[in-house]
Design a protein around this ligand. Structure first.
Ligand code: AMP
Length: 428
């Protein structure tokens, strides 16, 4: 399948070639024909799948060339950063046309944006608030809008933009083509789709069992939590550079203590995101991570569902998710399909079973790496050793229902096991 097969016209084929795209991505293969034929489309796709080109190419092809002063199409995005990103892509794809594309967003004065609109515009890429503001002051004519795109609809819902979206719906013509893209499809997005779209074609990509192909998947076995933290410190010191890194923990307590330990070693901010944090604090953490103001973010799985920062180059799993789909989700959410990323999973001895299930699901073993020579390792404290033993027991029992288990034996005999002092021990 090529872009020519998708019946893009010459101007867009040239632009796609200039962008260096060899072949269309799955969402592009599915969405472009449906959108070209004028259908309403729901696309369930994460950032990194090529979804932006999937809606922009057919949209620009519908618009064809500059016409009228008033805009004919509208893309709505949750944040200024995303609006700017879409704007940049749109300019790239429209470079062989005379189409006029404007980004309209808050956080700066409206004067320049108003002047640009007055000069004539075919496609607007906006955040909801600023669009309504310019409209209510009479700076925006909506009567010619024939195509509407709602991008990252789940995030717009999370950020409380429903009232603004409803207002937009009221002020643009009813007869139009609608497209809705969302990384997830919870009930509230489904309701939004019901309100906005007519007989939509539903397109879904990235099934949960296929992590993005360009993510290098590594694993490293370390004896305990404290050594894992020491390793993460080492990794940040040697590999973070200007990159952005997401650390996953299983529980919010683990996320908090991890962040607290790491924060002692670095003078830049390390933020956490989990279900105990309020909505605003989570959104702020996301926005700061997205903008690069925060480069290391520690998250739990629950909170990870809202994370969608394509620039994340590194993911460290501080512990192995027990549900293998969660692993794929963590990586799929953050890796960028057409960029390189690294995902490193740290596992303690008890976690190797969960890791095996992951390897089974992804279809190959993760690449094994060695701990650096200089890494400080720590003895495993008694409570952690017991937790690990209990987990190993329960895993072995799952595999063999007749297995009695070391832990079981000890308990029967009333043995408490030997305890050794936990403390620091250097490898070198
Ligand atoms: P998106 O999912 O829209 O955020 O796109 C992710 C990245 O992939 C962007 O940098 C796009 O420019 C790039 N991209 C989109 N489609 C393709 C393609 N067919 N081939 C290669 N790169 C692409």
């Amino acid at each position: 399948m090529t872009f020519t097969d998708l019946k893009l016209t010459r101007q867009f084929l040239n632009a796609v070639e200039d962008a260096g795209y060899d072949k269309p991505s799955p969402i592009q293969i599915k969405a472009i024909p449906a959108l070209r034929s004028g259908q309403d489309v729901i696309g369930i796709a994460q950032t990194g799948t090529g979804k932006t080109a999937a809606f922009l190419l057919p949209l620009l092809q519908h618009l064809k060339y500059a016409q009228h002063t008033e805009p004919r199409a509208l893309v709505v995005a949750p944040t200024k950063e995303l609006a700017l990103q879409i704007h940049a892509e749109a300019l790239k794809f429209a470079s062989y046309t005379d189409l006029r594309i404007q980004a309209i967003y808050g956080g700066i004065g409206p004067k320049v944006q108003i002047e640009r609109l007055q000069a004539g515009c075919d496609l607007i890429i906006c955040t909801p608030g600023r669009f309504i503001e310019l409209y209510s002051h009479g700076h925006l004519a909506t009567k010619r809008i024939k195509h509407l795109v709602l991008d990252e609809a789940d995030r717009m819902m999370d950020m409380g933009f429903m009232p603004q979206l409803r207002q937009i719906q009221e002020i643009i013509p009813n007869k139009r083509q609608n497209m809705l893209f969302s990384a997830t499809f919870p009930n509230r997005v489904e309701r939004l789709a019901d309100e906005f779209l007519l007989w939509p074609t539903r397109i879904e990509v990235t099934p949960e069992s296929t992590p993005v192909a360009t993510v290098r998947q590594l694993k490293l076995e370390l004896p305990n939590q404290r050594t894992k933290i020491a390793f993460i410190e080492w990794w940040i010191t040697h590999h973070l550079g200007e990159k952005r890194m997401l650390i996953f923990a299983r529980k919010k307590e683990e996320a908090e203590s991890l962040a607290k330990y790491l924060q002692r070693s670095f003078d830049f901010e390390i933020r956490t995101i989990h279900s105990n944090k309020g909505q605003n604090s989570r959104i702020n953490a996301m926005e700061d991570f997205r903008s690069g103001a925060v480069r290391v973010l520690v998250s739990t799985d629950v909170a990870s569902r809202g994370i969608d920062v394509p620039e994340t180059e590194m993911v460290i799993n501080a512990s192995v998710p027990r549900d293998p789909h969660e692993y794929v989700h963590r990586i799929g959410r953050t890796g960028r399909a057409f960029r390189n990323g690294t995902a490193l999973t740290l596992n303690d001895p008890a976690e190797r079973y969960a890791l095996e299930r992951i390897e089974e699901l992804v279809g190959e073993p993760l690449e094994l790496i060695e701990a650096p020579e200089s890494l400080e390792t720590f003895d495993t404290p008694k409570f952690e050793r017991q937790l690990q033993a209990r987990e190993i027991d329960s895993e072995l029992r799952k595999r063999d229902p007749n297995y009695q288990g070391a832990f079981h034996e000890k308990k029967k005999k009333g043995s408490k096991g030997k305890s050794t002092k936990s403390g620091r021990k250097s490898r070198n």
